[in-house]
Design a protein. Structure first.
Length: 612
């Protein structure tokens, strides 16, 4: 589908309109790609109101999945009608709840098909100041831009906006007009999106609710629709200063990274009454940066009024505020930052925000208690692994805070106090300095730490919370683009694979085989670099490629990725061969080395066959 997506992106850049997108959305390749993208998501194992999960869909053949999706969207006489969305209330740290809408699995598959095709069209129109739920953009890029505006641009007046219940208050007619303005003029697709927005919601008490506004927070397509809604805000803010036509009346230089330098225009604009402002947005959470307080006050009122009149969205006056970051902390995406004097200049110092610190402390201390006294159905080792996952996840996210080592040092003291107290015995503490050998990754990350401890008995390491180093947040490179060949070279080099053979595998009909099996074959071909797992030689023809079940299907083996391996046709015959003369024939034919024979015997042993 990559060439199709590239073409959609290029046409969107040229401001073309699209009237025939449903043919692409319901193409076989797009539907199977949607299945591939969904099955790796942990949420795909959460059932909707029909109790179907991705595992149930994975048992069907590729043709059955394609036919089912096409029938759901376009096959029935009454048109597409999504099943009720299951409402789930998720507790928040402050004691309130966040309402989550969980669509049925087939409807999620339909949404993923639509998202894949709409995304390249919308990406060509989206603002560079938006970072949330977009390909090749992240929280790290948003924080990098924030630090640049505060440190280098010296914009110290930060307006922290909070939209009341954004996902619950999106105006449906306005959203449809915005989709049309993006150039998406396929009326069938717009009808399907309308049906998604109006899908009935099944409440926890069993009653049905029929929404007239909002998008289901939990639907696959909801983040894309949210960006479409707020892209208009991004563009309006940019038009006030950043992309103001006045700036282009003066000489424009080109920076080394290819961006335009409008410095001469901005210098002239500062002598006028225009308000200087820049926006950084991550989904519905956004900040506007101004140079002087009077501009910030006017901007706050103007944006509040604009959101109300244009997007029908209400701003929370209690949570929206103007912060002078030379005097107070400003918060964004779980971080807090404040300018501090350093020599003859001001430099931003950032921490985990207070709410995030409190949440991380609670989660880590609770899990530390679970390690000392494992919960029912869990082993001590499983609890340690879960604790380590939480530590690494927290460190990976917050390591871009400049003062993260101080924050994690405080967390480390709280956690280690629990470990020392609860893992102590009459013979001494169970926290020791030696245990199992660390993996290469563990050695690289924690091998030099004096804080590293092991739990005697399990010999598992306890990752040190306090052993973390600040990492400078990386800005989003302008050249990176998922929808151009040149932009993808910044993400990855083209796979060193036989593209012709991989496409032949994709198009090969697999009668009476599951879509999970078909998809995992493609993954294995990529993971094995198009080579036989036993011989290590490249496959040359489609007939050479055989997908072997490590645990035979006759003994309950599944089509899961970890139970499959791609081998050459003759190798596959030798794996299953039982007659002495047959084994000898293929041994002489293949002339396997000792290393290759060891790999083959490992597969024969898993299949309960004698080693050769």
């Amino acid at each position: 589908m990559q060439e199709v997506f590239d073409d959609l992106y290029a046409r969107s850049l040229r401001r073309e309109t699209f009237e025939d997108l449903m043919d692409i959305i319901l193409s076989r390749e797009n539907i199977l790609l949607a299945y591939r993208n969904i099955k790796t998501n942990s949420g795909s194992h959460t059932p909707g109101t029909d109790h179907v999960t991705i595992k149930d869909i994975g048992k069907l053949s590729p043709e059955e999945v394609v036919d089912k999706v096409r029938f759901i969207v376009a096959g029935s006489a009454h048109g597409y009608r999504p099943k009720p969305v299951r409402r789930k209330d998720i507790p928040k740290p402050n004691g309130s709840t966040r309402s989550l809408g969980i669509p049925c699995m087939w409807d999620r598959l339909v949404q993923q098909c639509i998202k894949q095709v709409m995304e390249p069209i919308c990406e060509a129109k989206f603002s560079d100041n938006s970072y949330g739920f977009r390909p090749q953009r992240s929280v790290e890029n948003a924080i990098s831009r924030t630090m640049f505006l505060v440190n280098q641009a010296h914009l110290t007046q930060v307006i922290e906006f909070d939209i009341k219940g954004f996902f619950d208050n999106v105006n449906h007619p306005k959203l449809i007009r915005q989709i049309w303005a993006m150039g998406i003029h396929d009326k069938h697709l717009i009808y399907v999106i309308r049906q998604i927005l109006k899908a009935p919601v099944k409440m926890p008490d069993g009653t049905m609710m029929f929404p007239t506004k909002g998008t289901p927070q939990g639907g696959i397509i909801s983040p894309l629709l949210a960006n479409i809604v707020l892209n208009e805000l991004d563009r309006w803010i940019e038009s006030q200063w950043q992309n103001n036509p006045v700036a282009r009346k003066y000489s424009v230089n080109i920076n080394d990274n290819g961006s335009e330098n409008l410095g001469h225009g901005y210098a002239a604009m500062r002598k006028t009454g225009l308000k200087e402002m820049y926006i950084v947005r991550y989904a519905d959470d956004f900040r506007i940066f101004c140079r002087i307080r009077s501009d910030a006050i006017r901007t706050k009122f103007a944006v509040t009024q604009w959101l109300s009149e244009r997007l029908k969205l209400e701003v929370s006056q209690e949570k929206t505020r103007i912060v002078n970051v030379k005097r107070r902390n400003s918060e964004f995406l779980g971080f807090k930052y404040k300018l501090r004097p350093k020599g003859n200049k001001w430099v931003a110092k950032s921490h985990m925000c207070d709410k995030a610190f409190k949440k991380q402390k609670q989660e880590l201390t609770e899990q530390a208690k679970n390690v000392a006294r494992p919960r029912a159905g869990r082993t001590e080792r499983e609890e340690i692994l879960l604790y380590n996952q939480k530590v690494m996840g927290m460190q990976n996210y917050y390591c871009i805070a400049t003062e993260i080592s101080l924050d994690c040092g405080r967390l480390n003291r709280a956690v280690m106090t629990i470990f020392k107290n609860r893992l102590s015995t009459q013979k001494g503490g169970r926290l020791v300095r030696k245990g199992r050998e660390l993996t290469d990754y563990e050695k690289k990350r924690y091998g030099k730490s004096e804080m590293l401890r092991y739990v005697s008995g399990s010999d598992e390491p306890i990752y040190p919370v306090g052993y973390v180093q600040h990492k400078y947040p990386m800005a989003k490179k302008r050249s990176v683009n998922q929808y151009t060949p040149q932009g993808r070279t910044e993400i990855h080099q083209d796979l060193r694979l036989d593209r012709r053979l991989m496409l032949a595998m994709m198009w090969q009909p697999l009668w009476h085989r599951s879509v999970e099996y078909a998809d995992n074959r493609i993954s294995l071909f990529s993971a094995q670099w198009g080579k036989c797992a036993v011989m290590g030689t490249p496959f040359e023809d489609l007939e050479d490629i055989h997908c072997h079940h490590k645990e035979p299907r006759s003994k309950g083996g599944s089509d899961a990725y970890e139970n499959l391996v791609l081998v050459h046709d003759l190798v596959h015959r030798l794996i299953h061969a039982q007659k002495v003369e047959t084994i000898q024939y293929y041994k002489n034919l293949l002339k396997l080395s000792a290393e290759q024979l060891a790999k083959l015997n490992k597969l024969r042993k898993l299949a309960d066959l004698e080693e050769i």
